[in-house]
Design a protein around this ligand. Structure first.
Ligand code: SF4
Ligand code: MG
Length: 318
């Protein structure tokens, strides 16, 4: 398959005081195939959202490359980005904060249509908004109401409608269900999956929970303190996790198959995430890794293919 998104050595540093920087994203590379979902996983503060916001050019990258559908968009100006934004939309984590409470649902969904000159009049807006509302499980009766009148799940449906109404090719879903009640999480995920099957769009799906990523993703990348430490197909990461951090994340997931449970080291991930202002030398995970060797605090492990299609950055696989 053709890639819809290629991220190459992407780095985003934010200034922290006069002489320091926050290493939010450091040398991250991965490929998202057309019509597929790439799950980006890691604990909160590991740089997932910064990575997403840099890819979609809310933030300017410090270095590296972002290639969307064959076009290098890394250094495009706001004006040059305008037509490209139609192809690439974002669904935010918090449907309470991301929707304007003083706008009607109709106006919220119509806003991107108007900004991109897709519609000329009220009738054309309705022709987009009403079917879109129905596709996300709402009705045209919801159109005149305000976001604050809705439950979290309904708000996220509005956020999804707004992101999808321009028929984007890539949607970045930044923890789209984390703020929702467990009882409605699956509905929202199924909505996203059904829509993908019908429209063939691609998702970059961000989560802190590997069990959800398994359910939605074709490929997975595990992020730790601004860096990708392991990438492979989604099933492979559960059958054969290689990086000690990934193993730790997985040990938090209840395992149904007893054979798998017996062979898996139950490391957990002890300790706190170190500061991204002063990330540990060598392997950034060495301060928490149960397998750390002397080389780990000295030398940065390179990302290498340890099995076909399965890459890991860890000295255990040198
Ligand atoms: Fe652990 Fe060393 Fe591998 Fe880092 S490189 S994950 S410290 S074994
Ligand atoms: Mg986040």
């Amino acid at each position: 398959e053709q890639p819809i998104l290629q991220v190459e050595h992407l780095t985003k540093h934010f200034p922290a005081g006069k002489r320091s920087v926050v290493h939010a994203v450091d040398d991250v590379s991965f490929t998202l195939r057309k019509g597929r979902t790439f799950g980006l996983v890691g604990e909160s503060g590991c740089g997932k959202s910064s990575c997403a916001r840099t890819i979609i050019r809310i933030y300017d990258p410090t270095s590296g490359k972002i290639i969307l559908d064959g076009q290098d968009i890394t250094t495009l100006s706001a004006r040059q980005l305008q037509p490209i934004r139609r192809k690439m939309q974002m669904i935010f984590q918090d449907p309470y904060a991301s929707l304007n409470a003083r706008m009607t649902v109709r106006d919220i969904i119509a806003e991107p249509l108007i900004a991109h000159h897709v519609v000329k009049n009220k009738k054309e807006i309705d022709d987009y908004v009403y079917p879109m509302l129905e596709r996300v499980g709402l009705t045209r009766e919801h159109a005149g109401r305000y976001a604050h009148e809705f439950s979290g799940g309904q708000r996220q449906r509005v956020g999804i409608a707004r992101a999808l109404v321009l028929k984007p090719e890539l949607v970045i879903c930044d923890e789209p269900i984390s703020a929702l009640d467990v009882s409605i999480q699956a509905q929202v995920v199924n909505l996203l999956r059904d829509y993908q099957q019908e429209e063939g769009l691609s998702y970059l799906f961000i989560a802190h929970d590997l069990s959800m990523v398994r359910y939605v993703s074709d490929d997975v990348g595990v992020m730790y303190l601004g860096q990708l430490v392991e990438t492979c197909e989604a099933e492979e990461i559960y059958k054969n996790p290689l990086h000690p951090y990934t193993k730790g994340l997985l040990s938090c997931i209840p395992v149904a198959d007893p054979k798998v449970a017996r062979t898996r080291e139950n490391t957990g991930v002890a300790g706190d995430l170190p500061s991204p202002v002063h990330p540990p030398k060598g392997c950034r995970f060495h301060t928490r890794c149960p397998y750390a060797k002397p080389i780990c605090s000295e030398q940065v492990p390179e990302m290498k293919e340890a099995a076909p299609g399965h890459c890991v950055a860890c000295h255990l696989y040198d």
